[in-house]
Design a protein around this ligand. Structure first.
Ligand code: GLC
Length: 795
């Protein structure tokens, strides 16, 4: 079933049937003030941490409640509904509605009994409060008396677990006040009081643009013995002006918006963690509600659409375009900014950045905003320990040069991470390369950055030490040891066991470094020798005519041999053999074919197969999961990006695009019940063939999938491959496409690219025409580019 569509022009996903199979969500604000909002107006808000800074309550894994509710009540008939379909749920035949999820805002436009409502939710740029603008328009041709009730359920305590389960404490620390236009919640009111009388944990819920007709700060008074579909206050037509003292607080405000025929009126509910005087000041800013809101919305849209401007594609596949131009890109920014902080399935327990996750996330935005990417990249380099490894968890409070490391008990106590991972710092190589190639800023390699614990060095020095870390942690055959995990969190290969995936990552790193260290011939020689040696070891020990194995355990057992009954075929060693340049063309084609034959499903490639059931080795933690799920033979979505890229690098456009299409959220727009989660964002995994629910996806929004699939599409399918000298444009597209166009900003210059596929090829273009001059396909040097360039790529 289909629930909505992509409005490509507005860069919105429009949900026209709100009865979606899961709460389809959007992200507002930033982790400084973050808000998740769903099609049901469900979700929660927090300051800095979803776990420790929670200001509104949300019950996970239940009915997508509570939320940011706006009830509308016809005062003549007593009938009421909500600005979003839920919570009241009027029959959809009479209640016309759409939920427009945009880039950092969500708007519900509904019409019921002649009243059109527009409820717009957003966090203004750089602000730490949220806005719910409600506009009503009377289309009924007669005067109407409409009451609007705004409702939010505050937590009693910023620690959400405390709020939910330690009620002998949290129910007795809060009270609410009413101050003309807002409810103010106090927590631990008489503790840590500042000179201005506040203690910094106050939250407010206020209204601008209309006078408060009634209020309550008590959830029980608002709801009575009802639930959210018919709260007592809304049934009664007024709140009882009571305040909370112990028990559950809330913010509930009634305003009257009486409308002549054809008249429109606007008010705005405002909310945040603010003191009384800050709340007053914020509310005053919205006196001229429409004006302020319109200006703030325009600013938000300009910012976000600006961020997405650097690459625009128009291909024969509208869904591919929607994903690359808007939704995958917006998701990349969301993972970049939010990391794994908060969603509807986790909410900030991690309290820091995972090393590999963040370095991968950066890759997803380099083609759009390389300078923003650089800042985070520098931060991550500063989280490398002096010996080259990445800190497994980089605290939000990271203080480069002064951090403890997993060698120290204090770090372990604080983060729970006693071990290094084999892959963490190796992600730096492709990420630094992509940044330098996108911008041409080779001077970055000479930038001095501190290490996490002690010492400082240039970016190049940081990378050398990362190589050194791998070279001093080799296993029995001389390949990188698997340590506590490689990319796969469930694969514990230990201090002497080895990971073929990481071996290819290291091989790739050794190659990239040769380009970065051109002026150091001795070091380049070392890199070349080590790369050659490593490849030889890999080929001698890990290649089984149609596949690479996955690795070795500490006791020498092979993982991923074709002789095995379980887990005999793994995707990542195959895709990375190609991406790293380690596989010969012949090997590449064979292993990619085996991968396709053994791992492909209608919903993407499985991470490995057959899933573990009876023969898992001790370090195979994925056995915990049901077969066909997550790392145990699930369709891990992140690896689709590498599969797309590997096929594209071989010029296999049909296959690359097939992998994209099979697992792309947008492909399920019409079959959304199968996928369940949003058809506009990637999830972490899709259930594989072992599951009775194959095709169902999970763990929405904050996942490494966003960046790998983005890279697969941009570098792979679209073939935009910057190098240090310039850019290669080498599309790998379905043979049936006649061609496509794209516009890209590259090092400040406009590239207006037309790909001509009259030849109906899949890859390996023949020639290019650069500003009227024809030549064989290949590198376009930076120095050849004008401010605006017309480029035709002939396939
Ligand atoms: C999760 C983790 C990521 C890991 C992946 C595979 O997505 O966040 O770090 O690489 O699982 O195990």
């Amino acid at each position: 079933m289909q629930y909505g569509y992509f409005d490509e022009k507005a860069r919105e996903y429009v949900i026209t049937n709100p009865n979606t199979p899961a709460p389809w969500a959007n992200y507002l604000g930033s982790p400084d003030y973050g808000a998740i909002i769903t099609v049901n107006a469900g979700g929660y808000s927090f300051v800095k941490s979803g776990a420790a800074g929670r200001i509104t309550r949300y019950i996970f894994n239940q009915f997508d409640e509570p939320g940011r509710y706006i009830y509308l009540r016809d005062e003549e008939t007593g009938e009421f509904w909500s600005a979003s379909w839920r919570p009241v749920r009027k029959p959809l035949e009479e209640y016309k509605t759409e939920c427009r999820h945009g880039t950092s805002y969500t708007e519900f436009i509904s019409e019921y009994k002649g009243i059109r409502s527009r409820a717009l939710y957003y966090v203004p740029m750089g602000a730490t409060h949220e806005v719910w603008r409600i506009s009503l328009e009377n289309l009924s041709g007669r005067p109407r008396k409409i009451s609007v009730f705004g409702y939010v359920e505050f937590t009693c305590d910023s620690f959400y677990t405390q709020d939910l389960v330690n009620m002998q404490y949290t129910q007795f620390i809060t009270r609410t006040d009413f101050k003309d236009s807002f409810i103010l919640e106090h927590i631990n009111e008489f503790c840590h009081v500042n000179p201005d009388g506040s203690n910094g944990s106050e939250r407010f819920f206020g209204v601008a643009g209309a006078k408060v007709a009634s209020y309550t700060g008590r959830r029980d008074a608002f709801l009575g013995r009802q639930r959210f579909d018919a709260p007592q206050a809304v049934l009664d037509g007024k709140c009882d002006n009571s305040l909370n003292y112990n028990g559950n607080p809330c913010g509930a405000l009634q305003v009257s918006l009486d409308l002549f025929a054809g008249e429109k009126k606007t008010a705005a509910f405002l909310m945040g963690q603010k003191t009384e005087s800050q709340a007053k000041e914020i509310i005053a800013r919205y006196d001229d509600t429409e004006k302020t809101v319109n200006a703030e919305l325009a600013e938000l849209i300009a910012y976000w659409h600006g961020e997405l401007e650097n690459l625009k594609v128009k291909t024969p596949d509208a869904r591919f375009d929607s994903m690359v131009n808007t939704w995958n890109a917006f998701q990349c920014f969301t993972t970049f900014v939010w990391s794994r902080a908060a969603s509807l399935i986790y909410c900030g327990e991690r309290n820091g950045y995972g090393y590999r996750d963040t370095v991968q996330d950066i890759q997803g935005i380099i083609h759009l905003d390389p300078e923003l990417a650089r800042k985070q990249l520098t931060f991550m380099l500063s989280a490398q320990v002096h010996h080259g490894a990445g800190l497994p968890l980089v605290k939000y409070s990271h203080n480069a040069g002064h951090e403890d490391t997993p060698e120290q008990e204090s770090y372990v106590r604080e983060t729970g991470h006693p071990h290094y991972r084999a892959d963490d710092a190796l992600w730096l190589f492709p990420t630094v390369y992509k940044y330098v190639a996108e911008t041409g800023n080779t001077a970055y390699l000479d930038e001095e950055i501190p290490f996490a614990d002690k010492d400082t060095g240039t970016v190049r020095e940081h990378l050398k030490r990362a190589i050194n870390f791998s070279m001093t942690h080799l296993g029995t055959h001389g390949m990188p040891a698997g340590l506590h995990a490689d990319w796969n969190d469930c694969l514990r290969l230990g201090a002497t066991g080895e990971s073929v995936f990481v071996a290819f990552q290291l091989y790739y790193a050794l190659r990239i470094m040769q380009e970065f260290c051109k002026n150091e011939p001795d070091y380049v020689k070392y890199l070349q020798d080590e790369a050659e040696k490593l490849l030889k070891i890999i080929n001698e020990n890990c290649f089984e005519d149609d596949r690479y194995i996955r690795g070795f355990t500490e006791d020498g057992q092979i993982i991923g041999s074709k002789k095995d009954n379980e887990a005999s075929m793994w995707m990542n060693p195959q895709s990375w053999a190609v991406i790293s340049g380690g596989a010969t063309p012949e090997q590449a084609d064979v292993i990619l074919q085996t991968a396709y034959d053994k791992l492909n499903t209608p919903y993407g490639v499985e991470l490995m197969t057959p899933a573990y059931r009876y023969e898992a080795f001790d370090g195979a933690a994925m056995i915990l999961f049901n077969p066909g799920t997550k790392e145990n033979g699930g369709i891990f979505c992140q690896i689709q990006g590498w599969a797309i890229l590997a096929e594209a690098l071989r010029g296999h456009g049909d296959r690359a695009f097939q992998y994209f299409a099979e697992s792309s959220p947008a492909s399920f727009n019409e079959d959304a019940d199968r996928r369940v989660i949003e058809p506009y964002v990637h999830g972490q995994f899709i259930e594989g063939h072992d599951s009775p629910y194959a095709g169902r996806s999970h763990v929405h929004w904050l996942t490494g999938t966003a960046s790998t699939v983005m890279v697969g599409c941009v570098e792979g399918i679209l073939g935009l491959r910057p190098t240090i000298e310039g850019i290669n444009i080498c599309p790998a597209i379905p043979a049936e496409w006649d061609g496509f166009t794209m516009e890209k900003v590259f090092r400040g210059k406009q590239l207006k690219i037309t790909v001509d596929n009259a030849a109906h090829k899949q890859g390996n273009p023949e020639k290019i025409v650069l500003n009227g001059e024809e030549r064989p396909a290949g590198l376009i040097k930076d120095s050849e580019l004008k401010d605006v360039n017309y480029i035709t790529v002939v396939m």
